[in-house]
Structure formats: C-alpha cells, structure tokens
Design a protein around this ligand. Structure first.
Ligand SMILES: Nc1ncnc2c1ncn2[C@@H]1O[C@H](COP(=O)(O)OP(=O)(O)O)[C@@H](O)[C@H]1O
Ligand SMILES: [Mg+2]
Length: 658
C-alpha cells in the first residue's frame, strides 16, 4: 500500500515553501560567488570561467530537481485518487470490526498516525483544548482529534479537510452501531429471560430431526435435562401412537407450512405421557415451536364429556321410565307394558336383545312376547329364577344381565338384556334394568289388583242378582201363591155365606179385592226385583215390556243377535230401566229413543231423551249403580247431559264376559 511504502512523503502533505526555495537559491549563489572569488585569486581566468560554467549548470540542475519535486508533491497532496480513499476504506473497515467507540477511535488514531507518519494521533470523546504538545482539532459529535503541536498549520489544515470528515463519519457510524448493538443485546437478554422463564415449552429444532435448543420448561414438564433432549431425535420423545401424525406435521413444516394447535403426547422420563399442544413455524433451517401442556385441560374435557354422557344417559333413562309410567297410568295391559319395557330397555341400554320372562310354578319361564323357554339351569333367566337375585354372564362374544321382577314379594319373572358386542355391559346395568323392573312390577301388581277388583265387583253384582232372583221366586212361589190361595178360600167362603147378612158378604168381598191388589202389587215389586220376562224371553222382549210400561213414549230401535251372556243382558236391562225411569222422573221429556244392538264383541245400548238435561250421578244413586254394574263386567258407561240439551246414556258391554 502506498501509505506504507512512502510514509515520509506523506508526512509532508504540503509543497515546500517559496521562501525556502529562494533561501536555498540565494545560499547556493552566495557560495558560488565566494568560491569564484577564492578561485580567481589562486587560479587563472579560464579556470574561473570553467568553474562558473559548472556552477551555473549545477544551479540549473538543482532548480530543475526542486521544480520536479514541487510538482510531484503538488500532485500528491492535491488528492491523488487512491490515497485518502484508501484511508477512508481502512477506517470503514475499523468501524465494522470494532464493537465500541473507544476501541474504534483508538484503532483509527493509530492508523491515522501510521498513515501520516506522525509520532502520535489521539482521540478524546469530548471537547479538549490544545496544550503544549497537542493541537486539538474538534470533530462533529463532541469529540477531539489531537495531533502533535509542532505540525505545520498547512498540514493541520490538510488533515481537517481530508481526514477529519472520514473520522467524523467513523465516529458517527461507530456510535450508531454501538447503540444498535446495545439494543440488540437488551432484546437478546429479554428474549433469554422469557425463554428461561416461560412455563410453555419453547424450542428450536433443526431439519435434521434434533432439537437445537430447548428451554428449562422441558425439564419441568418431561423430566429430561436439556442435554438429554438435544442428544436424541425429537421423534424419540413422541408417544408411539402419535408418531405417524407427527411425521405428517413435520412434512408440512419442512415444506414451509406453519402448523398451529396440533396435540400430541410426549413421553416423560418416568414413562408417563403428557399431552402438548404445539404451534410451530418453520424459518430458515429451523423449526420454532411453542408447546403447552394441555394434559389437565384434556382430562377436564374428558371428565366433562363423560359427565355429559352420563347426564344424557340419565335423562334418556328417565324419559324411558316416564313413557312406561304414562302407559301404566293409562291402564295399558300387562302385555303392552312388558312390550314397552322391553323396547325401552333395548333403546336406553343399546342392547342387542332384551327379553321379559314370566316364571310359572312348573319351572318354565315364558318369554312374555312369543315363546316358552325351559328353565334349564344354564340361561341367565334360570339363574335369576334360582337365586331371586340379579345375575350376569360375561362371555367372550357378549354379556348378559338378568334382573328379577318381584311383584308383591313374589318372584314373577325376569328382565334380561344382552350386549351388542364383546365389551361387557356397564356395571350400572343391573341398577338401570332394576328401575324398569320396579316400574313393571308396580304395573303388574296394579293390573293384578284391577283384575281382582273387577272380578270381585262382578261377584258382588252377581250375588246381589242371585239374591233378588231368589227373593222374586220366594215372593212368587211363597207369599204370592199363599195370597192367591187365601183369596180363593175367601172367595169360596163368600159363596158359602149366601144366607149370612149382606154386610158380611160385602166385607169379605172387600177383603178379597184387597188381597188381589196386594197380590198385584207384589207381582209388580217382584218384576222390578228381577225381570222374569228377560230370563224367559231375552233382552229384546224385556226392553219392549219396559217401553210399554214407560210413562213417556219410547221410540225403540233393536238390532239384537242371538242371546248374549245373562250378566250382559241383566246389565243392559237395568241401564235401560234406570234411563227410562229418570226420563220420566226428572227430565220432563216428550220422547225417548232407545237403541240396542250387538256389534262384534260388544252390546251397545243408548237411551236418549229430549228433556232438561243436567243429570248428575252425585245427586242420586241410580246412575252410580248402573255404572258399577257396567264396569263390573268390563264395560263402559258414558253419560252426556248438558243442561237444556237432553240426556244421553251410552253403554258398551262385552258379550264374551261370563
Ligand atoms: N234424564 C234426566 N234428565 C234430567 N235430570 C236427570 C236425568 N237423570 C237423572 N237426572 C238428575 O240426576 C240426578 C241423579 O240421578 P240418579 O242417579 O238416577 O238418581 P235418582 O234418580 O235416584 O234421583 C237426579 O236426581 C236428577 O236430578
Ligand atoms: Mg234415577
């Protein structure tokens, strides 16, 4: 480099002064004159001439040399391209290399001193005055360049023009860089702080499949030291079941696609697994990932889901039980309730098969819907039959649970449910089936009670009818016959007493008439107690006789088939008799329509008047009595009687009843 090769020349950046040149020339001429005078005294005139000639030549040579030097230096110091820019380049280089202003300016001072061939050049980073040894050159930005005080003013001027701007640039750039470095260091410190403090897992991974850096949260969460984490490929820490998914995600990342919120399990040092939710961004040759331990969150979510499922199962079960209970409340038959229970059990338990079995004393269990299965000691139903308690069979292919149905303390049957797959039925199955069997047992008990009640009502009504029948016969065969024979006896007495006074004859005649009246009354009474005409002629003639005797005209409409059971006929007769009596007694009706017909399994009877309406069973005993009679047979009685719209009674009686 030019600066290194000719330092002395650079020490004089200015051309030699004119005064120095003139002084130099004057000294030279004076010396020449002096020598010429000495020579003229000691040598001939030709020698002096020769010397003079040589001297003139020498002066010319010196001047020529001086001129060449001057021009050369002018060229050097007027900014020959390459020199000062070289220094600038070096200073720029120093800026890049230095980390702080002090060292940068120290290095720059050294370089400037070396380049200018000065004994020293110094920098102060504030304003410093000149002193005896150092001339101060102020720099922009509050610094000072100090150079030797004996440096010529022109040299100082040249330094100001050529070197100071570069140094000021250097100072500015170095200070800027120092500020940038400082803030970078601060942010780096901040980053390190967060990296270390974060409870989330923060890491940088390489595309080689290894971690480059992990934060301390890894050790806390997984138990491995950072070193252990860095030593193994990160897939080694992934739970085997989650590796295929992780590989897919890594594929995306290596293709530059960021992946957010993917959850995988990492295996801890103690062998347990933690669920980590990752957000990962690929950048340059690295993967930047932040992971959060979501194990607790997932556990909580699972617990909530489980309790939701439990709640909805419970709600489903309650709804199913409600449906069964509603059916029971509507008086459905045991068979219908059983079918409903079986269907609801299958639905709520997701069961493949359900069955309700009724145990009979002879040791068979009847599937309530279709077939009879012997209690052979192997089936689940047999176990319930044998023990009276819930039983369970868990087989490889399926499992079965049987729960007893206990009605009024007696083992009535069992409810059996089977699983749809190899998984055993849940442990609460017995309890859940038990809820249904309790309800079913209540329904069966109710149905049994209802049947017994109906039967006993029928028995009471039949017994009452029998008593009335007997009474009618007794009256007819006993009292009536005796009255008749007494009447006849009196009649003959009357005939044999011709000669007696007419008064006695008249008296006896009155008694006979009275006896006849009593006899007629008794006949009427006995007909009311038990209509003999019905037992003889059937319902049709009996209804016709009623119509005939009615005080209000009756429009009869009869479509009766062959004779129906006696109890049905009797009930129909009493319904018609009560309705006609009420119409005459309470309705102030002008006409009554009486209709009776047999239809399939029922006898239908309706009596409709056009009277005042407003019949109220609570106000008397007649309507309640016929309702009891109808319902005791399993029939139905409907009374429609709005005030002002007449009254209609409609009875539907089974004709297959005993
Ligand atoms: N066809 C009818 N028209 C108007 N009111 C009636 C009729 N049938 C019954 N009632 C009213 O309903 C009440 C109850 O009738 P019922 O039970 O037959 O008792 P009872 O005839 O012995 O009074 C009667 O007292 C009467 O007020
Ligand atoms: Mg009445």
């Amino acid at each position: 480099m030019m600066w290194k090769r000719s330092p002395s020349r650079l020490a004089q950046l200015t051309a030699p002064s004119l005064a120095l040149g003139i002084a130099f020339a004057a000294t030279f001429v004076a010396t020449e004159l002096l020598l010429g005078l000495v020579l003229a005294r000691i040598s001939p005139g030709e020698a002096v001439g020769l010397f003079h000639l040589i001297a003139v030549l020498a002066v010319a040579l010196v001047w020529g040399w001086a001129a060449a030097v001057v021009f050369r230096r002018r060229a050097d110091t007027s900014g020959t391209p390459g020199r000062v820019p070289d220094l600038e380049a070096e200073l720029a280089h120093i800026t890049l290399r230095s980390t702080d202003v002090t060292s940068a300016m120290g290095a720059a001072a050294e370089r400037v001193a070396q380049a200018l061939g000065l004994p020293f050049v110094a920098f102060e980073l504030d304003m410093v005055p000149s002193d005896r040894h150092r001339s101060a050159i102020p720099l922009r930005g509050g610094a000072t360049l100090l150079v030797p005080s004996d440096l010529p003013r022109r040299s100082i001027q040249r330094i100001r023009e050529k070197v100071v701007p570069s140094l000021e640039e250097l100072l500015h750039a170095t200070r800027a860089r120092e500020a940038v470095d400082r803030s970078v260091a601060i942010s780096r410190g901040d980053f390190e702080m967060f990296f270390d403090l974060s409870s989330d897992l923060l890491c940088i991974g390489g595309l080689d499949g290894f971690y480059k850096r992990v934060n301390p949260a890894f050790e806390k969460a997984l138990g491995y030291t950072s070193r252990e984490m860095l030593e193994h490929p990160f897939l080694d820490f992934v739970h085997p079941a989650d590796r295929p998914r992780t590989v897919e995600v890594l594929d995306d990342l290596t293709r530059g696609i960021p992946v957010a919120q993917f959850e995988i399990r990492l295996v801890c040092k103690d062998g347990s697994a933690r669920w980590i939710e990752w957000n990962t961004v690929p950048a340059r040759d690295s993967l930047y990932a932040a992971g959060r331990d979501v194990t607790e969150r997932r556990d909580a979510r699972r617990t909530i889901e489980a309790s939701h499922a439990e709640l909805s199962t419970l709600a489903e079960q309650q709804a199913a039980l409600r449906r069964v209970a509603t059916l029971i409340a509507h008086g459905a038959t045991t068979t219908d309730v059983c079918a409903c229970v079986a269907a609801e059990l299958a639905r709520t338990l997701g069961s493949r098969s359900t069955g309700l079995y009724h145990f009979t004393p002879d040791g068979t269990s009847t599937l309530v819907t279709s077939h009879t299965e012997p209690v052979d000691g192997k089936s689940i139903s047999a176990r319930v039959f044998g023990t009276g308690h819930a039983a369970r069979i868990d087989k490889a292919q399926n499992s079965e649970v049987g729960v007893p149905i206990v009605v009024d303390g007696n083992l009535w049957g069992s409810a059996v449910v089977g699983s749809t797959g190899p998984d055993p039925l849940p442990p609460d199955t017995e309890a859940r089936v038990g809820d249904f069997t309790d309800l079913l047992a209540t329904a069966i008990a109710n149905a049994q009670a209802h049947t017994q009640l109906t039967a006993s009502r029928a028995r009471i009504v039949a017994a009452a009818d029998d008593a009335r029948h007997r009474l009618e016969r007794d009256l007819h065969d006993g009292a009536q016959q005796r009255l008749v024979s007494l009447g006849l006896a009196l009649r003959s007495a009357e005939a044999s007493a011709d000669s007696e006074p007419a008064a006695l004859k008249e008296q006896i005649s009155d008694i006979v008439a009275g006896l006849n009246d009593v006899s007629a009354d008794l006949r009427e009474i006995s007909r009311g107690i038990h209509p003999a005409i019905r037992s003889k002629g059937g319902l049709g003639p009996a209804l016709k006789a009623l119509a005939r005797r009615s005080a209000i005209p009756v429009d009869l409409d009869l479509h009766l088939g062959p004779r129906v059971p006696e109890s049905t006929e009797v009930a129909a007769y009493y319904v018609a008799a009560e309705a006609l009596t009420n119409a005459a007694k309470h309705a102030r009706a002008s006409e009554v329509h009486l209709q009776a017909r047999t239809a399939g399994t029922h006898l239908e009877l309706s009596v409709r008047d056009d009277g005042t309406g407003g019949a109220d069973p609570a106000k008397g005993s007649g309507l309640t009595g016929i309702r009891d009679r109808v319902e005791a047979l399993g029939g139905q009685l409907e009374i429609i009687s709005r005030a002002g719209s007449g009254t209609a009674l409609r009875a539907e009686l089974p004709i297959d009843s005993p």
